[in-house]
Write a protein that binds this ligand. Structure first.
Ligand code: 4AZ
Length: 263
């Protein structure tokens, strides 16, 4: 999902200087055509050791959103990934694939149907607030699930986090068959409000590093923090103004505001 906050966008694009005082920079050389945008392809060993909890949600076999394995049969994703489908479509035509870093290879992959799902009842499609859902798959995976962040003090502002997905490598592009990741720095909600206004709330987690970002098709997937070799899911890819636009963080659903996931 991408949103265009016209008022704030025009302030930023005209370069009102106060907007750029706190770490977000308006760099005229950064347009929308940056190559996840930027970042790197996940190597085989990185996939096995770090990123294996990422899931591909498919409709009729085609990838449309990411997700994160958080228990042997539970997938964390975004409400907006599921909200436009009927429950029968979700149960009959949406599948969850785990175990392969390539969308075009079935080696190592296991595909599950959706047994049940819960969309946060507070989800608001206009503001994108409460953009969180949990899928129960019709089987159990032996892949190690990601840890789920329950610490509301983490990740700290400025911390390095990692987002991964098969989403577009440029604004307006297509899904990418190879899994990519990038690192983005956590931005304070107060600063993120300067870019986006009141749609930023306690359940938002914003992250920004110049010229790299999550993008369309990464939605629902994980924003991780890494400690030693443990990946903890701290955010769910939700929305932003385009992808890798200068001064506009990616907006994630802040997982710690949703635990325990009992909605
Ligand atoms: C999207 O359209 C989308 N840069 C997802 C994430 C971001 C922007 C757009 C964040 O699904």
């Amino acid at each position: 999902m991408s949103k265009r906050p016209i008022f704030f966008a025009s302030l930023l694009l005209t370069g009102w200087p106060i907007m750029f005082g706190c770490g977000l920079q308006n760099d005229a050389t950064q347009g929308s055509k940056l190559d996840i945008v930027g970042g790197n392809t996940v190597t085989a060993s990185q996939y096995t050791t770090l990123f294996k909890s990422i899931a591909s949600l498919r409709y009729g076999g085609s990838h449309f959103c990411g997700g994160t394995l958080i228990a042997s049969n539970k997938i964390l994703t975004a409400a907006h990934c599921l909200a436009d489908f009927s429950s029968s479509t979700i149960k009959n035509s949406v599948t969850v694939t785990l175990g392969s870093s390539s969308l075009s290879s079935s080696t190592g992959a296991t595909t599950y149907k959706v047994s049940s799902y819960k969309i946060d009842p507070r989800y608001n499609a206009n503001t994108s607030q409460f953009d969180m859902a949990v899928i129960t798959i019709n089987g159990t995976s032996t892949i190690t699930p990601a840890k789920v962040n329950v610490d509301t003090a983490l990740p700290a502002v400025g911390a390095k986090t990692y987002v991964a997905g098969w989403g577009s490598t440029r604004e307006g592009g297509n899904v990418n068959s190879a899994l990519k990741y990038t690192s983005v720095a956590v931005v304070a909600n107060k600063e993120c409000t300067i870019a986006y206004g009141s749609d930023i709330y306690a359940g938002s987690l914003c992250a920004y590093t110049k010229a790299t970002d999550s993008c369309q098709g990464d939605s629902g997937g994980p924003l991780y923090s890494l400690s030693a070799t443990t990946m903890t899911v701290v955010g769910v890819v939700s929305w932003g103004y385009g992808c890798a636009q200068a001064g506009y963080p990616g907006v994630y659903t802040r997982v710690s505001e949703f635990t325990p996931l009992t909605f």
